[in-house]
Design a protein around this ligand. Sequence first.
Ligand code: GLA
Length: 382
Amino acid sequence: MSEIKVRELFESKYGKDYRMFAAPGRINLIGEHTDYNEGFVMPAAIDKRIYLAISPAEGSKAGIYSADYNEDVNFDIGSEAMGLPQWALYPYGVVKELQKQGLGPGGFRAVFAGDIPGGAGLSSSAALESAFALALNTLFDLGADNFALAKIGQMAEHNYAGVKCGIMDQFASFFGMKDKVIKLDCRSLEHEYFPLDLDGHQLLLADTRVKHSLASSAYNQRRQQCEEGAAVIGKDNPGVKSLRDVSPELLQSFRDNLDQEVYTRCEYVIEENSRVLATCQALESGSVEKTGELMYQSHKGLREKYEVSCRELDLLVDIAAEFGIAGARMMGGGFGGCTINLLRSGKAGEFREKASEEFRNVFGHPPVFYNVSTGDGAKEIL
Ligand code: GLA
């Protein structure tokens, strides 16, 4: 749903006195499951967003209307709310996390909607967190910067949605820039923008339209395995605080001291970090071919070592490879959602046709395709 629709809905419910905010979803070129290991990622914000109209209200009542779900939620920001629908846990979590930082917002009323496809791995939940974090910070003059607000969103996800995610999605939602990918160091939050200059190529997302139910439990389990690996290595190597500090050689020297599965997970993460750095070089030297190769390698690691892919994602990547496109891999947490494909701009139509047919033959429905356009990070729309 569009910005105009959100404005109309807010105005018909509460009148013309409000402020408007927007926060985008994200893609990730490469660097998957590295963020919570203090590694590197390469996301970009997209031009699909959550739009949020909001005004302060008397007292401590929060009223939020989700236009997409056609559902109203009311809670008192001073007490614990019970039985909220899933979507409301994100704004509620943001309110609670702001309060934990001593940044208590007042009561408010809000209407929101978005055009980020849900369940596609494009971080519509991070966009929702970012939109509320920015809006409440601005409305109540809380004085937090965008780094702090991104972390508030991440903590809302941890503590209220139950996913122990890294910082990538919320960071991209705040710091994205049109036509750029961000190389983000998830340890220091230092970041650098790279032009998304793809030399006659484009990015195309292919959405499997499936989300396997083990996604969030498997996600938390992967994170825990990585932490276990880093802790075992760190016992003998006090400089090791996370997998970021582990070289391939150091890991290898622990082959017999680590659980085999934990070892393989750590190996993937360490390799993926170096693929992000190699992708930066490839982008700098304008080598689309190299970037694509690294994407295929990333997928292979996610599929075989990290084991977060699924048959639907694998088939789409296999079709892409067979079709001869430059690069393809699963994107985001895994177990469903999208693949990200790097292909010659003129080839997109033919690829879509072929992938639709082959995918439908196996799974009974075609994937849904989205052309990617990058966009700017969260902001107030004046
Ligand atoms: C999800 C999480 C991110 C990141 C990716 C995997 O999108 O929210 O923090 O870990 O999965 O790279």
